[in-house]
Design a protein around this ligand. Structure first.
Ligand SMILES: Nc1ncnc2c1ncn2[C@@H]1O[C@H](COP(=O)(O)OP(=O)(O)OP(=O)(O)O)[C@@H](O)[C@H]1O
Length: 203
């Protein structure tokens, strides 16, 4: 039986950092963000639905979706965000399930589903365990500003648009505190994987 772990966190809390560590251990990662990007490529059904719903103004001249423009529209309107999610989420769920089925039929012991908005999107039912990458809001703020070159206001509004990370602690089966060094984080990850009896595939 394949054990599926949902990896989540908040903006700039360190999900990609942890998901890279997991990949380096040889454990497969199903990446919801990557799948979501692929789901809206021009040949996909979701792309056509988005153009029908939002119009040509969300397209770049080359015909690809203007993700920044779309992001801005939905960032400022909960109704439009719901409309977009209603198109994209089912396509993403379907592809994640397809990839899960491959790991199951290959007899893989464990797989990670990297889903940034796991709790907000109510997708916990897709996994057996949930793992939260936590960082204090002040740490998220500093790392977000440094990584994205955001102003104080831009960083603060993006953090405020998500459920506070501390509220997700009680929802998760295990929490990695990523306030410290990368080494500290790696140690916590290995401890949790051991507790869940997940071995490196090579062992
Ligand atoms: N323990 C750490 N110490 C120092 N810097 C870190 C640490 N963990 C992550 N970072 C840095 O903080 C930034 C955010 O980390 P990362 O990209 O892993 O977060 P994320 O949760 O995947 O973010 P997002 O969802 O916003 O893409 C990156 O620039 C990363 O290199």
């Amino acid at each position: 039986m394949t054990l599926f772990i949902g990896l989540t966190g908040g903006i700039a809390s360190g999900k990609s950092t942890v998901s890279n560590m997991i990949l380096e251990l040889g454990i497969p990662v199903i990446d919801a963000d990557k799948i979501a990007k692929e789901a809206v490529e021009p040949e996909e059904e979701a792309y056509k639905e988005i153009v029908r719903a939002f119009g040509n103004k969300v397209l770049k001249v080359d015909g690809n979706l203007d993700r920044e423009k779309l992001g801005e529209i939905v960032f400022n309107s909960p109704e439009k965000r719901q409309l977009l999610n209603g198109i994209v989420h089912p396509a993403v769920r379907k592809e994640m399930n397809r990839q899960k089925d491959i790991l199951i039929s290959d007899g893989i012991q464990a797989g990670i589903l990297d889903i940034p908005l796991l709790f907000e999107s109510k997708l916990s039912h897709m996994v057996d365990k949930t793992l939260l990458v936590y960082a204090d809001e002040s740490v998220q703020f500093q790392r977000l500003k440094r990584r994205n070159g955001y102003s104080d206001e831009q960083a603060a509004s993006r953090i405020a648009s998500q459920l506070p990370l501390k509220d997700k602690i009680s929802m998760a089966d295990a929490v990695i505190n990523n306030n410290g060094t990368i080494e500290d984080t790696k140690k916590q990850l290995l401890t949790i994987l051991t507790q869940w009896k997940i071995k490196k595939p090579a062992e």
